[in-house]
Design a protein around this ligand. Structure first.
Ligand code: FPP
Length: 262
């Protein structure tokens, strides 16, 4: 069992069960999660697919709390992709309502846990009601200094990169910048994840092994961790297992490790 001082005040104390062996000084700074398998989880039990999404909210809450408690700096959770509009209208509406409900129910607690909530993706294409809720949640938590929770809603990485390219192209056309000044740092700056620590680990439950248009640029040297467990069954122990595995990986970023011989 680990014990660690956490929270806004250094008198706050938490006991962290189940993360034995996790080196808290070498945590992934930013973890992305593709919350997959909700529909299958529900169907296996003879339930409507939408109930899988509802159960998925519980997993998100537990995992965010666990990550925040051990000191992970940022989580980006894929909640709705730019391609998810292809799903039946009822499922899309259910999900939109679920996002709204989540903010109504969880914002106080997220705020009290010092979590900074942000929404990434084409938020401007969502309903006005949802946009207002998202903006309020962001504004209310903007000064929080704990874990950054990015919720990707109507998010697609190709769309994100295309938007960044358009902004940069406009600046070139307007003579604000030269073509030669375009570099990776500038592109990072115009992505939705600007200001969030480098992505270190991507977790995909649900048994598929693809990236599904999620954080393509940011994933350049992130480590992947897959599991067959469906997202509603994903618990903090699975998060710790992913982090333990991450801490065993030899991250070379295209170079060589210290022990390599020529
Ligand atoms: C993919 O599972 C999941 C989604 C498209 C929605 C994820 C959304 C949530 C977990 C809701 C919680 C989010 C917030 C921000 C409140 P799937 O439906 O593709 O599952 P399947 O592959 O088994 O069909």
């Amino acid at each position: 069992m680990w014990k660690k001082w956490i929270g806004k005040k250094n008198t706050d104390f938490a006991t962290i069960d189940g993360c034995d062996g996790v080196d808290l000084s070498r945590l992934p700074r930013h973890i992305a999660i593709i919350m997959d398998g909700n529909g299958r989880w529900a169907q296996k039990q003879g339930l409507l697919r939408t109930l899988g999404h509802r159960a998925g909210v519980e997993s998100l809450k537990e995992v965010v709390r666990a990550a925040s408690n051990i000191g992970v700096q940022a989580i980006t959770a894929y909640a709705f992709s730019t391609e998810n509009w292809k799903r039946p209208d009822e499922e899309v509406s259910f999900l939109m309502n679920l996002f709204s409900e989540y903010i109504d129910r969880e914002l106080d607690e997220l705020d009290s846990e010092n979590i900074k909530i942000r929404f990434i993706g084409r938020i401007d294409e969502l309903s006005n009601v949802l946009q207002t809720k998202f903006e309020n949640a962001q504004t209310r938590t903007v000064n929080n200094t704990g874990l950054i929770l990015n919720l990707a809603v109507n998010y697609g990485s190709r769309d994100e990169i295309t938007r960044a390219v358009k902004i940069i192209a406009q600046k070139v056309v307007g003579n604000e910048i030269s073509v030669n000044s375009i570099n990776e740092t500038m592109i990072d700056h115009y992505l939705d994840t600007a200001g969030v620590p480098q992505l270190d680990l991507i977790i995909r439950p649900g048994g598929d092994y693809r990236i599904s248009n999620f954080l393509l640029w940011q994933a350049a040297y992130a480590e992947f961790w897959y599991t067959d467990i469906n997202w509603p069954d994903f618990k903090p122990c699975h998060l710790y297992a992913a982090i333990l595995e991450y801490q065993k990986r030899d991250r070379r970023f295209g170079g060589l490790n210290k022990n390599s011989t020529l």
